[in-house]
Design a protein around this ligand. Structure first.
Ligand SMILES: CC(=O)N[C@H]1[C@@H](OP(=O)(O)OP(=O)(O)OC[C@H]2O[C@@H](n3ccc(=O)[nH]c3=O)[C@H](O)[C@@H]2O)O[C@H](CO)[C@@H](O)[C@@H]1O
Length: 393
């Protein structure tokens, strides 16, 4: 497909939740790279659905990542935990996945009925990703899925349903590695739709690492002298007994190594509701900005996490990663050597293994090289029938 002659194609980049931002930033910067002969090849609109609305969960990350304030804010906040979220026109309600998805679907459809872009780019696997992709396809707008093809096989995770559904309806599927692209082809997606572009998270990591390392660490932490914890998955934090078991593992680990734990709002709310608290030896922190978190990670001894993006960042940093989940949609990080799936009761032993120096080093992953943004740009310009652009570099 191609826009009418002489008109620059219009691209809508959909940002719903915090983890979408570093991925979209990779594409944003590739489209606004210095030295493009005729300026940006597309008009790029950043559209914020509102799923994450607190400044600490969204707005504070924009400047770190070099992104502008969203050009469009739909104001559809998540509120499934019953904790009020800030943000805009549509009030948060305790209506869970269905409510957030439905409200985002309606808001996107209303916007795109009035303003039709040439391509909608959605990222990752959050509820806002699915809602936006579905709204676009229902209006016959083409959709690109940034971070396509990931599968953990656990259909109890909302993210697994979201990523499978978004892949099924997307016109362009951007996979972070060759094996993931091969899986999409095996699922029957047309070869022209699928491209192994590399990992957009790693584009942002490489772009920001020096600045992140220059950030001060939270008081009491010294480089190499602490571990990082992050936890927010519904399966880990929404059930009191499961969360208490995780706290037991974290407490045992903290007896071997001081831990810093930036608390996700969902986790903070559940801890409070269940009358639980981070154990001694754990420095609880508020959600951190992109560079502050990356700086914390880059100088840590290890990370224990249930986040997908953190598994990738840890692998790129060759940081031992103890993944507190029964499965991962990023098996490439297991194959790289430094990420392992760990049960709560095995956490202290894993920390001891890291401290004893018997943890594997990470092998570099092909295409995790800072070039994902340019590869996505090339594919979308081919799709739009626009002139290809050559970078100065
Ligand atoms: C199904 C889905 O989309 N889950 C994604 C969502 O999980 P996350 O747990 O953030 O899911 P929600 O967006 O539903 O938010 C959960 C709860 O966190 C609180 N909250 C959230 C955002 C905010 O700005 N302020 C606030 O207070 C609210 O109580 C909300 O109800 O984002 C995570 C990253 O953070 C992603 O890894 C998850 O895949």
């Amino acid at each position: 497909m191609s826009p009418s002659p002489g008109r620059r194609p219009v691209l809508h980049l959909v940002a719903a939740a915090r983890p979408n931002l570093p991925k979209l930033a990779a594409l944003w910067h590739a489209l606004h790279e210095d030295g493009l002969p005729a300026g940006p090849p597309c008009r790029v609109v950043l559209l914020h659905t509102g799923q994450h609305a607190d400044p600490a969960m969204f707005g504070d990350h924009l400047a770190d990542l070099g992104l502008p304030e969203p050009h469009v804010s739909l104001g559809v906040a998540s509120g499934g935990g019953g904790v009020a979220s800030g943000g805009g026109g549509v009030p948060a309600g305790a209506d869970g996945h269905a409510g957030l998805t439905a409200r985002t679907l309606l808001a996107c459809a209303a916007h795109w009925r009035a303003h039709r872009p040439d391509l909608v780019v959605v990222a990752g696997d959050v509820n806002g990703t699915l809602a936006a992709a579905l709204a676009a396809r229902q209006l016959a707008l083409p959709v690109a899925h940034l971070e396509a093809g990931l599968r953990c096989g656990d259909r109890a995770m909302p993210e697994e349903i979201n990523r499978r559904a978004v892949d099924a309806i997307s016109d362009l599927l951007w996979a972070p590695d060759e094996a993931t692209a091969a899986r999409l082809l095996a699922e029957g997606h047309p070869p022209g739709a699928v491209r192994a572009v590399g990992n957009a998270m790693i584009d942002s990591l490489l772009r920001n690492l020096d600045a992140a390392r220059a950030r001060p660490l939270p008081a009491g932490l010294a480089p190499g002298g602490y571990g990082v914890v992050t936890l927010h998955r519904a399966a880990n934090v929404d059930d009191a007994a499961t969360l208490a078991a995780l706290l037991g593992g974290i407490a045992a680990a903290a007896r071997r190594l001081p831990l810093a734990w930036p608390l996700h709002p969902r986790t903070a709310a559940r801890l409070a509701a269940f009358g639980l608290a981070p154990p001694p030896g754990v420095l609880a922190l508020p959600p951190l900005g992109y560079r502050d978190f990356l700086g914390l990670l880059a100088r840590a001894r290890l990370v224990a996490t249930d986040s997908g993006g953190v598994q990738e960042e840890a692998t790129a940093l060759d940081l031992p990663c103890l993944t507190l989940r029964p499965s991962t949609e990023r098996p490439v990080t297991l194959a790289a050597g430094s990420n392992r799936l760990v049960r709560p009761e095995g956490l202290a032993a894993a920390v001891a293994a890291v401290l004893a120096g018997v943890w594997p080093r990470a092998r570099p992953i092909p295409l995790w090289d800072g070039g994902a943004g340019r590869r996505m740009r090339a594919h979308l310009l081919e799709f739009l029938g626009a002139e290809p652009v050559r970078s100065a570099a």
